[in-house]
Design a binder for this molecule. Structure first.
Ligand SMILES: O=P(O)(O)OC[C@H]1O[C@H](O)[C@H](O)[C@@H](O)[C@@H]1O
Length: 544
């Protein structure tokens, strides 16, 4: 970093926000709505076909003004420009951060190390499309001449969560005569269960790994290779028809035994958790076809352009990101619940967990100083209405403040009687109940005995966003994901952290490597761990 950043707590907007929070922090949403009849319409924003109602947040016009000022003071504009320009803003890995280039239309120019990366992106997309067409049409044959009926993606983290989420989200558009499965865990059960009813001669494995060195993925890929060869008469030549690789690391791909002609490339400027729209999305393209995949990319791009060009006050990802900072740092909210009222988005919260928490789970600033404020909240959630019958109790009546993002669609992909209206009624009802609650007077007026009244009171004043879109199409999915990607970027910029590295995952990996040897050694290993770890290892060795 060339210029040293003003520490967050010394930025004038931050100080003003602290004072402002003292003043309005306890103000009730009920009061804010009563005082301002236009609030429910004014605090909304529609862009790129995504509608956001943020009126049920504990904010006033002044809060918004100060949050937007904080974005300016934190250099958000410059950071956005730097990212889109291909600057190496991932400073700890000295890398550009260019997931936006993955959806840049042909003809756009984004230069990294003197090279325009956009033509390469489109060359890979074309290669993926040609391959996907062959597999989907049956032109691509397995080793024994049969068509591919099963596709198994082997990957973990960003090489799994994005593909699974997108496959589930876009299942409506998928080719139903191909079975898709996803193997990620190094627990052998994951692989064994995924293949137990499949024939090797009809099964294609996609080995997805940015580094192609990840322990879990390589272990699963080797087991897949053994399983394939066993089912195909042990002929090594079969590998070429049943394995393709998706990676940035051609050397390791070749070492594994996959012909690099069967490799779909991406680049070090694509972070794992930002890679589901790169070649890592090959399973998605195989499922929904190249046209739908391109429509998804177009959706991403529309949100990218909105984020890049819209003034902050009318910028969806900026507002979403700033509101999260507001609750995390001033209300001590530790989590954000993401609640999609759309069954197809059932894996969206899990996907967002890596996107948000691996990005902003950081405790040092870009300057290497310990942060002075709290950073990345915990994201979690389940699709509605299921969550309502499980954990919503705590959101409504517990002691914690949990800001919620409700996500819903005007139209369902599966019209069925009254189902969709019922589903959406629940979105609106939950947000209303959280915000406005139910007073003791109201409870009493219903004839509730006095002793029961406190139990039945809803305090309200629980904030939420409601995000609405037309229908869950590939394009809309792209927009939604980009919305969160850029909201995470906005948060990371305010906190002045590197949202694009993930050093926190390293230590456990290194220690596990050592312990694997200790668990497997034939002779009693000399152990030099703490007494707890030593004891656990000994106990496992004795009982395994
Ligand atoms: O794609 P790979 O190189 O196999 O990495 C898979 C995942 O593992 C790492 O540990 C990181 O925490 C993730 O960011 C990454 O997505």
């Amino acid at each position: 970093m060339t210029t040293k950043l003003t520490p967050l707590s010394e930025r004038s907007a931050w100080k003003a926000l602290s004072a402002h929070h003292q003043k309005i922090g306890d103000t009730q949403l009920k009061q804010l709505f009563a005082e301002d009849p236009g609030r429910g319409e004014r605090f909304t924003l529609e862009a790129a076909g995504i509608f956001l109602d943020y009126s049920k947040n504990r904010i006033t016009d002044e809060t918004l003004k100060l949050l937007l000022q904080l974005a300016e003071e934190s250099g958000l504009r410059e950071r956005i420009d730097a990212m889109f320009r291909g600057d190496k803003i991932n400073i700890t890995e000295n890398r550009a951060v260019l997931h936006v280039a993955l959806r840049a239309p042909q003809g756009e120019k984004i230069v990294v190390d003197g090279e325009d990366v956009v033509p390469g992106v489109h060359a890979v997309l074309d290669k993926m499309a040609a391959f996907a067409d062959r597999v989907r049409s049956g032109a691509w044959k397995g080793h024994t001449g049969k068509r591919i009926k099963n596709v198994i993606n082997i990957g973990i983290g960003g090489s799994d969560l994005g593909p699974v989420m997108a496959y589930e989200a876009l299942k409506h558009y998928s080719q139903r005569d191909i079975t898709f499965r996803f193997v990620s865990n190094v627990d052998g059960t994951d692989f064994v269960e995924a293949v137990q009813d499949l024939n090797a001669d009809e099964t294609l494995f996609l080995v997805a790994s940015k580094t192609f060195t990840t322990l879990e993925t390589m272990t699963n890929a080797h087991s897949a290779r053994d399983w394939s060869l066993a089912g195909l008469g042990g002929d090594e030549k079969a590998v070429a028809k049943h394995f393709v690789a998706i990676s940035t690391n051609a050397k390791e791909v070749a070492k594994f035994g996959i012909d690099t002609a069967n490799m779909f490339e991406f680049w070090d400027w694509v972070g794992g958790r930002y890679s589901m729209d790169s070649a890592i999305g090959l399973s998605t393209m195989l499922a929904i076809g190249p046209d739908n995949f391109r429509a998804m990319l177009d959706g991403f791009h529309q949100m990218d352009e909105h984020f890049r060009t819209a003034p902050f006050a009318s910028n969806l990802p900026v507002l979403l990101g700033l509101l999260t900072v507001w609750y995390t740092d001033f209300f001590d909210a530790q989590t954000v619940a993401v609640l999609p009222y759309e069954q197809y988005l059932k894996r969206f919260p899990a996907y967002l967990q890596q996107l948000t928490m691996e990005s902003n789970g950081k405790h040092v600033t870009l300057d290497g100083e310990r942060v002075a404020t709290v950073t990345g909240p915990i994201y979690w959630g389940e699709p509605g209405t299921n969550g309502q019958h499980s954990f919503y109790q705590l959101i409504h009546q517990g002691t914690r403040l949990i800001p919620c993002d409700f996500i819903g669609f005007y139209k369902t992909l599966n019209p069925l009687g009254q189902h969709h209206d019922m589903l959406m009624a629940n979105v609106f009802a939950q947000a209303e109940a959280l915000a406005f609650g139910k007073t003791a007077e109201q409870v009493k007026a219903e004839g509730t005995p006095d002793w029961l009244v406190p139990h039945r009171v809803f305090e309200g004043n629980r904030p939420s966003n409601t995000i609405l879109a037309d229908q869950l199409t590939p394009e809309v999915l792209g927009k939604l994901i980009a919305l969160y990607e850029h909201a995470v970027f906005t948060q990371g910029t305010i906190w002045s952290i590197d949202s694009f590295d993930q050093w926190g995952v390293e230590l456990g990996k290194v220690l596990a490597q050592k312990i694997i040897g200790e668990l497997e050694s034939k002779t009693e290993p000399a152990l030099s761990h703490d007494t707890s770890t030593t004891n656990l290892i000994r106990r496992y060795r004795k009982n395994k």
